[in-house]
Write a protein that binds this ligand. Structure first.
Ligand code: NAP
Ligand code: GDP
Length: 322
C-alpha cells in the first residue's frame, strides 16, 4: 500500500480521449479523488508528443512524479488495416519520447497502455500477460501491435538498466462516453452506435460489418478508469496486467449490435455486410491476475454500460467526436 499522504503530481498524456476523460470523470464526479494528488490532463493541443523537444517541455513545465501514458494513434480495425505504417511510426515516436522524458525528469512511476489486440494471432486461449511476444500479431494491425509491444520492452529495459518501475496495463476493447464515434475510423461499438443513430433518423437499415461472429471482451471506460487508479496507486510490478471482464463475459459482434439496437430502440432492419473484414476472430484474455489482486471488483453490466454510452452520444451528438 502506498502512503496516501505522499504528494503525487500525475500527468495524463492523451487526457482528452476516451480513457483520459473517464479517469477525469471518476476523479471529479465519482468519488475517485485522493488527498495529496494533483492531476494534469494533456491533449495534443498542449504539445505534440511525436516531437522530443515538445515532450520534454511538457515534463519540464509540469514536473510530474507519476505519469499515466494514454496518448496514441488509436483506431478500429478498418483504420488499422489502412494505416499500418502510421500506427507503427507515430506510436513508436510517442512512446519513446514519453518514456525517455519520464526517465530524464526522474518520474517515479509510469503506467502505459497496451491492448489485448497486440497478442499473437496464433495462440492458445485464454491469453495471459506472459504471451505478448510469443509470435506475430494479427496482420490487420501489425503496425499498432508491434509499437505497443515495444512499450513492454521499454519498461523492462528501463528497469534493468536504471531500476525504473515503469509498467503497463492491457485493456480489452474499451467503450464509453467521449469515444471516437467516427464510422470509418473508430472501433466497433461507437461505430455501431453512430450508424444506428443515423439509420433511425433516415429510416434506413443498420449495416453491421463482417459476419457478426467474432468475439470480443468489452470494458466500460469508467470501470477501466477505476482500475487505472488502482494500478497507479497500488500495483507495483513492472510486468503488465490485463484489465478485462471475465472470459464468460465475452460477446459476439452480433450480440454487441443487438445490445446497441435495444438500447437505442431501433426497430429497422439489421444487415450483415460480409464483404467487410471480420478481423481477428477472438482474443480471449484471462483476468486471473487482476482477480488475484482484486477479487471483489465489480464491472458495470454490459447492457447498462451500453445504455449509458448511447444516452451520452444522443445527448452530446453535436459535440461528440465523429
Ligand atoms: P483516444 O480517445 O483516441 O485518445 C487519444 C488521445 O491521445 C487524445 O487525448 C489525443 O489528443 C492524444 N494524442 C494523440 N496523438 C497525440 C500526439 N501526437 N501528441 C499528444 N497527444 C496525442 O484514445 P483512447 O481510446 O482513450 O485510448 C487510450 C489508450 O488506450 C491508448 O494508448 C490506446 O492505444 C489504448 N487502448 C485503447 C483501446 C480502445 O478500445 N479504445 C483498447 C485498448 C487499448 P487530442 O484529443 O488532442 O487529439
Ligand atoms: P478490433 O477489436 O481490434 O478488431 O477492432 P474493432 O473495435 O474495430 O472491431 C472490429 C470487429 O467488429 C470486426 O469483427 C468487424 O467486422 C466488426 N464490426 C462490425 N461493424 C463494425 C463497425 O461499424 N465498425 C468497426 N470498426 N467494426 C465493426
Amino acid at each position: 500500500m502506498e502512503n496516501k499522504t505522499v504528494k503525487m503530481r500525475v500527468m495524463v498524456t492523451g487526457g482528452s480521449g476516451l480513457v483520459g476523460r473517464a479517469i477525469e470523470h471518476v476523479l471529479k464526479e465519482d468519488g475517485g479523488a485522493s488527498e495529496g494528488e494533483e492531476w494534469i490532463f494533456l491533449s495534443s493541443k498542449d504539445g505534440n508528443l511525436m516531437d522530443p523537444d515538445e515532450t520534454k517541455a511538457l515534463f519540464k513545465k509540469h514536473q510530474p512524479t507519476h505519469v499515466i501514458h494514454l496518448a496514441a494513434m488509436v483506431g478500429g480495425l478498418f483504420k488499422n488495416m489502412r494505416q499500418n505504417l502510421d500506427f507503427w511510426r507515430i506510436n513508436m515516436y510517442i512512446n519513446d519520447n514519453v518514456l525517455q522524458a519520464a526517465h530524464e525528469f526522474g518520474v517515479e512511476k509510469v503506467v502505459s497502455c497496451l491492448s489485448t489486440c497486440i497478442f499473437p494471432d496464433k495462440t492458445t486461449y485464454p491469453i495471459d500477460e506472459n504471451m505478448i511476444h510469443n509470435g506475430p500479431p494479427h496482420e490487420s494491425n501489425f503496425g499498432y501491435s508491434y509499437a505497443k509491444r515495444m512499450i513492454d520492452v521499454h519498461n523492462r529495459a528501463y528497469c534493468a538498466q536504471f531500476g525504473r518501475k515503469y509498467t503497463a496495463v492491457i485493456p480489452t476493447n474499451i467503450f464509453g462516453p467521449h469515444d471516437n464515434f467516427n464510422i470509418e475510423d473508430g472501433h466497433v461499438l461507437p461505430g455501431l452506435i453512430h450508424k444506428t443513430y443515423i439509420a433511425m433518423k433516415e429510416g434506413t437499415p443498420l449495416q453491421v460489418w463482417g459476419s457478426g461472429r467474432p468475439l470480443r471482451q468489452f470494458i466500460y471506460s469508467l470501470d477501466l478508469a477505476r482500475l487505472f487508479l488502482w494500478v497507479l496507486r497500488e500495483y507495483n510490478e513492472v510486468e503488465p496486467i490485463i484489465l478485462s471482464v471475465g472470459e464468460e463475459d465475452e460477446v459476439s459482434i452480433k450480440q454487441a449490435a443487438d445490445a446497441v439496437v435495444k438500447a437505442l430502440g431501433f426497430n429497422g432492419e439489421v444487415l450483415y455486410d460480409t464483404s467487410k473484414s471480420d478481423g481477428q476472430f477472438k482474443k480471449t484474455a484471462s483476468n486471473a491476475k487482476l482477480r488475484k489482486y482484486l477479487p471483489d471488483f465489480t464491472f458495470t453490466p454490459f447492457h447498462k454500460a451500453i445504455k449509458e454510452t448511447c444516452e451520452w452520444f444522443v445527448a452530446n451528438y453535436e459535440v461528440a467526436r465523429k
